[in-house]
Design a protein. Sequence first.
Lengths: 324, 366
Amino acid sequence: MAGIVEVDRLSKSFGRVRAVHEISFSVAEGEVFGFLGPNGAGKTTTIRILLGLLHADGGTAKIGGHDCWTDHAKAAQQFGATLEQPALYGFLSGRDNLRLFARLLGTVDESQITELLATVGMTERADDKVKRYSMGMRQRLALAQGMLGKPRLLILDEPTNGLDPNGIHGLRILLRKLANEQGLTIFFSSHLLSEVEELCDRVVVLHRGEVKAAGPLSELMNVKGFHYRIDVSDVDKATEIVKSIDGASVEPGTIKDSIIVSSESDLARRINHALVAAGIGVDQLVRTQRGLEDVYIELTGVAPGSPLSAPPPPPPASPTMVKK
Amino acid sequence: MLFISLIRNEFEKTWRSRWIVFAVMAGILVLIAGGLYTYYVISQHRWTPPPAVAWQTTLREEITANQSSIAQLEKFKQQQGSGSSGGPFGRGFGVDEQIARNQQSILDDQYLLDHDIAPLQSFPLTLTALFALGGIVMFLLIRIFGWLASEQIAGERSDRTIAILLSRPMSRDQLLLAKAVASFLISLVVVVVTFLILFAMVSFIEGSVGPVTGQVAIAIDGNKPVGASNLVVMSIPEFVLMCLGAAMLGVLCVQAMSLLISVVTGRWAAIGITLAVLFGAPLVSAIVSATITLISGNPNNAHFLNYLFVNVLAPVSAIAPVFGNGPASAGTGMNAFGVQIATLAAWTLGFFTAAWLLFHRKQEAG
């Protein structure tokens, strides 16, 4: 069955700059889809093509089976969207903004507007002018705007920009609720992995305009291999000893007096034994799960949230079990 | 239904974001009215309107004044002993020419009196049409409308709301048309209200509201004597509607140009370019025209500049200058008016077509 979003060999360039190049993916109805990539990866360009703001140079982008450019009006009936920067009229109140945008969908349903304002926690400030809102409040109102008319698909481009931790947490809960209770399909673009990791069922990782990985989050993170963080009394000596064990690779840890070891098979006991036998104190040996961040860095060579293509930093430990 | 909603949105946005502009315009009108009334009270020593004067009386007075003027000019000519052109009034303003003009004016006025046809400026309504729908009033209003229209798309782009508008289930054509229609309707309301306020002021100055029915005549060719073959006669309401239509065509032309600029750029660039064109281009055009005339010695060589839209924006001014020399022969006539209307229509169509073509495929990259 075709997905609600179907992108097939989509390409777009701006002059000599290649924004996206033959990317393909689809989003199934009812899923929370993560669209990941560092800044400049082509996420916003892809979203703008989906919204009908840009015309692709090649390939197709369809929503609900309708081409996003040639059959825009029908495609647009399927979705609501928010952009990286909340697009609102500062001289109008929050409520009037929603009324105005609701008219673009045909009719203004006051009860729905009131309900949406409550959903995004903006009831109290609904009649204040938007120019007096904080960035977080604008983001929330923009989200309400995207949900006007009860769309099948919600396209969110970096929706947590400007939100404080409470706001981000609240947004996550809200989006999960919308997905679970209303069956809303959510297309969630972000360069913040923690958001995607906690929220999305499936992700596409985009880098320099190309799809680097795609699939269910569980599959993407559950790659072969084992990773350990070992706190030791002598890092240099421990590094030498671990290096001598077949199948183990080692690098310095981010925490003081620790090393990070990766291997294809479970070498925990062997490593521990070798270190202890060499007289190195092992304070802790922690098996770490490969996080989305590791996958992301491996695929893109870019630390999340950084526009730089710097060498990837060592993966941080996120303890899931503690041995010893 | 959606189209009406779009127009309603545009009304709301324009009013809520730019109400101050309309308030200032209303304030200026009130100040002008107050100033004129104060001047009237001080200079005429009366609070009430002056007694109305029939147009026939005005024409007869004008005939008498012209006859007296001719007598004085003849006397002056005899004293100088020469009536050659290039006299004391400079090139093209010789005594003989002035006498001929006055004689023609007398003949024109007499023709109108004999045939019971009122000159254009005879009634408060027609005079207001000439003043409020042409000349300085439209010169200023058109520039304000140009400014407001230039923000229509460009402002949305600067506020980033263009992305939301274009991602909604409607075509770009609908959005552009809604913005054009809304801009036009807003300007129509402002022009009509301005007209009514000025009509009230002119009525006061003239001492009566004057007839709203009856006939007026316009020369077909303003350079030729008025006569049966050189007059278009129409009813007063027809004349007012014709002036309103011409004025609004000028407004539409400027709005089309502004929308075209608005389609391709952001708010401040659009406002800047629009105002620069509307204020600067007539000045540049006048300088170019003067230079061509000066070098060639023939004003007809700069005639092609009359087809620039900036030179034909207030076509009502072409029918008759509001404060002309003589009511009958003043103005360039209906032929020149028709050419201006055709020129404006062609520019308007061109601007709208270009705006539509560009907006249709405009890439909104953010």
